[in-house]
Design a protein around this ligand. Structure first.
Ligand code: NAD
Ligand code: USQ
Length: 406
């Protein structure tokens, strides 16, 4: 297949590009490199030393003989470039990773809120309208998030996208209906993924676009089989308070002897998936495309759930790290249960890589190797969800104590 990977320079995009190229597909990366600019804005860098995207593609060619295309396009702003690219290349499938994906970054200020909404919603909508305009019947696979469901504990498993409900009509009869699972995003970033869902529903229904939306949990790990092939194919690894995600952060914190930064009680339960499984799921989703006229196909892309404090305790036991319970900069439930259905990927053949498989150690080893690249001042998460929370967090003695010890 000819596949366009939008956001192919990112943390999940790059290993996906390599995985699909290795399988023999013709892969084209479209990216505006905004994530690299955001590192510059924040004054941080990936834990791992990333080469330019052109150099990464050159090394892949050298190692495998396979060519990767790279096209510098901002899909949120350069609509006509995107449309003309699609006309010229006519891909069979498009994988859409190209959004601002950090919840803390999206909550930093009004500017960051506006950027995240403008970038993400326009990126998705430009792509959808371009597919219609160019009469392109490509299968669109979008990376969404488990966070669209919210984290209320209703004591029922979260289904894969849709919920069966019963509505009482004016005659008092009960009518069955299937709706998108009610969305309850917890940040501006997660809200944009909820808006994406409505855009997909409309374009599938109105124009017959073939769309798969993958509601992915928190991705952890760093290497995949393909990024391991050469030091210059190494993946991005975010550790800072805005872009680093919880499990990867705890692992690097343990590696540099920094207390594990648990927010609140750590009673938040979240869904997780290893990066190797993430790229495999995308392969599986590509092989299971919907028909024209079908509703959007939604998969829950996760393999296990964990409570934040359980993860901290597990890593503390494994490495001897200390755990710091800090005031939570986010507005989120202090404690929640989470049961998630993921039957669809299991039925397609996914064999989950769980925390128990020894890969936690691998991340700690990578972090130790590149520890000299870590700026400890960038480790704390400082983006607060409201002004009141910001004031409370700022005054907290435990947070200030951590500042002085670290
Ligand atoms: P990332 O920030 O590392 O990569 C996103 C890439 O998209 C970057 O290379 C960026 O430059 C590019 N991009 C952003 N806006 C663009 C635009 N307007 N035009 C062109 N390129 C643009 O993020 P990631 O961790 O690789 O996540 C990829 C996708 O998967 C995101 O949509 C994210 O919401 C979703 N996701 C990620 C995780 C996770 O834990 N990392 C979990 C669930 C879902
Ligand atoms: N947390 C801590 N300590 C930290 C960092 C985070 O306790 O140092 C807590 C947070 O308060 C939160 C939980 O860990 O309760 C998860 O935070 P996270 O930053 O790991 O994940 P999140 O903000 O939800 O976002 C990440 C990705 C996003 C993706 C989402 C999947 O950045 O792109 O969509 O995971 S999910 O969480 O399933 O919605």
């Amino acid at each position: 297949m000819k596949i366009a990977v939008l956001g192919g320079d990112g943390f999940v995009g790059w290993p996906t590009v390599l995985h699909l190229s290795n399988l023999g597909h013709e892969v084209h990366i479209i990216d505006n490199l905004s994530r690299r600019w955001i590192d510059t804005e924040l004054g941080v860098q990936s834990l791992t030393p990333m080469d330019s995207i052109q150099e990464r593609c050159r090394i892949w060619k050298q190692e495998t003989g396979k060519t990767l295309g790279f096209h510098l396009i901002d899909i949120a702003r350069d609509y006509y470039l995107l449309r003309d690219w699609l006309v010229e290349h006519r891909p069979d499938a498009i994988i859409h990773f190209a959004e601002q994906r950090a919840a803390p970054y999206s909550m930093k200020s009004d500017r960051h809120k506006i950027y995240t909404v403008t970038n993400n919603v326009n990126a998705t909508h430009n792509l959808l309208t371009a597919l219609v305009e160019t009469d392109l019947d490509a299968h669109l696979v979008h990376l969404g998030t488990m966070g669209v469901y919210g984290y209320s504990s209703v004591g029922a498993a979260i289904p894969e996208g849709y919920l069966d409900v019963e509505i009482t009509n004016l005659e008092g009869e009960k009518k069955a209906m299937e709706i998108l699972y009610p969305t309850r995003p917890g940040s501006i970033y997660h809200m944009t993924k909820s808006l994406d869902q409505i855009l997909f529903q409309f374009y599938a229904q109105n124009d017959g676009l073939r769309i798969t939306d993958l509601h992915q949990g928190i991705v952890w790990g760093t290497h995949t089989d393909q990024t391991r092939r050469h030091p210059q194919l190494i993946n991005r690894f975010d550790y800072d308070g805005d872009y680093g995600t919880v499990l990867n952060r705890f692992l690097i914190q343990a590696a540099i002897d920094y207390p594990l930064t648990v927010h609140g009680t750590g009673g938040q339960t979240r869904a997780f998936i290893h990066i190797q499984d993430s790229v495999r799921c995308i392969e599986l989703a590509l092989g299971d495309a919907p028909e024209r006229g079908e509703r959007v196909r939604i998969f829950n892309q996760m393999t296990e759930t964990h409570r934040v404090r359980d993860l901290a305790e597990l890593i503390a036991k494994m490495t001897g790290a200390k755990v710091a319970y800090l005031p939570n900069p986010r507005k989120e439930a202090a404690e929640n249960d989470l049961v998630v259905k993921n039957d669809k990927f299991l039925a397609l053949g996914l064999e989950p890589t769980t925390l128990a498989e020894g890969l936690l150690e691998e991340v700690v080893d990578v972090a130790k190797k590149f520890a000299h690249r870590i700026d400890r001042k960038r480790v704390p998460a400082v983006s607060a969800w409201t002004k009141d929370i910001a004031t409370r967090v700022e005054k907290d003695p435990e947070r200030n104590r951590l500042k002085s010890v670290s």
